[in-house]
Design a protein around this ligand. Structure first.
Ligand SMILES: [Cu+2]
Length: 125
């Protein structure tokens, strides 16, 4: 429980930090006469849930530049490892997240190294 409390604390600090950074950025952009095209990067995001020994959605289709977050909603650890090992998470405990930004189009198949029957796919357009 102690460890979970510490992780939650760190996560809260990160979220608060991000919120401050974003509001500062927006305030700065406004002070310059509004947000013009290109001043704020368009970041798209997608999420894959890990639950009951499965990745959901099993096939995720995103645009290049998308940050994908895997979140483990299972009560046992899982990993996210691409077939070519280029993407490799640590063991994710319950509610742990793993993020990867896909910059190149292609089909990325992955699995859980702890339970190799768990497979998923990200299609980057
Ligand atoms: Cu697993």
């Amino acid at each position: 429980m102690k460890r979970i409390g510490r992780i939650a604390g760190v996560a809260a600090i990160l979220v608060i930090g991000l919120a401050i950074a974003m509001s500062v950025h927006i305030a700065f952009a406004k002070s310059r006469g509004g947000v013009h095209a290109g001043s704020v990067a368009t970041v798209s995001a997608a999420e894959v849930k890990i639950d009951n020994f499965a990745f959901t959605p099993a096939t995720l289709t995103v645009k290049a530049g998308t940050e994908v977050t895997w979140i483990n909603r299972d009560d046992i650890p899982h990993t996210v490892v691409s077939d070519d090992q280029a993407i490799k998470s640590k063991a994710l405990d319950t509610d742990d997240k793993f993020r990867f930004t896909f910059t190149k189009a292609g089909t990325y198949t992955y699995f859980c190294s702890l339970h190799p029957k768990m497979k998923g796919k990200v299609v980057v357009e």
